[in-house]
Write a protein that binds this ligand. Structure first.
Ligand code: ATR
Length: 288
């Protein structure tokens, strides 16, 4: 979709966040709309927290078909919506809104996007031990869907109390013991000894040229699957070390594209062109 293609019938999808300057979602979705010949356009809206209620009323009043919600509004938008999907409700975080005749319903495709990035590679987590590093919003989403799939979880975080909080949430919802440790070499080594899958959800290693890793390379093994939710760089230092150790690796790019693909289907009812969306994101990352 380019500005030349916008017509009187064109439906709008918005991105509500602050800042939204570096988002790749407009390029990813507009390429997908164009490829499928869908009469939609995706537009970013920088929205200050104080304006969020008015912005969501604007979605209703302007008949905007739906939107993505990003930082810092993922939780604060919830009381302003008319309904929530069960996953978004459990996580207390929304990244996608669908407007059905003025009724705004919130979804969370980040969490299922992560799961799809594993499933597309036939990586199964049921009954397997997964170590999650980090205990922020991304860790919460990842932990929740992994527990739903029957994974056995260990959460390791710099601030141990935050790891224990997520562990308690999962234990409450799934009646399954979750281990929680501080992020230090001894704990990591012990946790990884038992692990099949490792997921980094921290920001360690994020940003072009960033050479930091949350895990010493010597702890990585060929029988581990190593995932990073970071998508820039596409291959973080952690993933490069994991690949060098012979492990299977999963980049955050696939989680990013899958969350987009799942949102796309919610707004349009159409299956998203995954490969095209991924190529678009990779091209933007190369050009950045
Ligand atoms: P998100 O919503 O993207 O998950 P977040 O809620 O800010 O982001 O969480 C960031 C995570 O990265 C946290 O687990 C944080 O650890 P703390 O709970 O101790 O703050 C982790 N993190 C950020 N910088 C880190 C660093 N330099 N070393 C280790 N962990 C780090």
């Amino acid at each position: 979709m380019s500005s030349d293609d916008v017509k009187g019938t064109t439906r709008t999808i918005g991105l509500i966040g602050l800042p939204v300057d570096h988002t790749m979602s407009p390029a990813m979705h507009n390429a997908a709309f164009r490829a499928l010949g869908l009469d939609y356009v995706y537009v970013p809206f920088p929205v200050d927290p104080i304006d969020l209620p008015n912005a969501l009323d604007g979605v209703r009043a302007l008949n905007i078909r739906g939107c993505n919600i990003t930082m810092p509004h993922k939780s604060t938008c919830i009381p302003l919506l008319d309904g929530l999907d069960t996953l978004a409700e459990s996580l207390g975080a929304v990244n996608t809104v669908v407007n059905n005749g003025g009724e705004l319903r919130g979804y969370n495709t980040d969490a299922d996007g992560f799961l799809r990035s594993l499933k597309m590679r036939n990586i199964s987590v049921a009954q397997r031990r997964v170590v999650i590093i980090g205990a922020g919003g991304a860790a919460r989403a990842v932990a929740y869907v992994l527990a739903r799939e029957g994974a056995r979880l260990t959460i390791v975080n710099r601030t141990a109390t935050a790891a224990r909080e997520i562990a308690a949430m999962i234990e409450d919802d799934f009646e399954e013991k979750v281990l929680a440790y501080p992020l230090d070499d001894t704990s990591l080594q012990a946790a990884l000894l038992e692990a099949n899958v490792l997921v980094n959800t921290t920001s360690v290693g994020m940003g072009p040229g960033n050479d930091a890793s949350p895990v010493p390379a010597r702890l990585l093994r060929p029988d581990l699957t190593v995932c990073d939710v970071i998508y820039n760089p596409v291959q973080t230092r952690l993933l490069a070390d994991a690949e060098a150790a012979g492990a299977v690796t999963v980049s955050g790019v696939d989680m990013l594209v899958w969350q987009g693909a799942l949102s796309f289907r919610l707004w349009t009812g159409e299956e998203a062109p995954y490969d095209l969306m991924r190529d678009t994101v990779l091209r933007l990352l190369r050009e950045a």
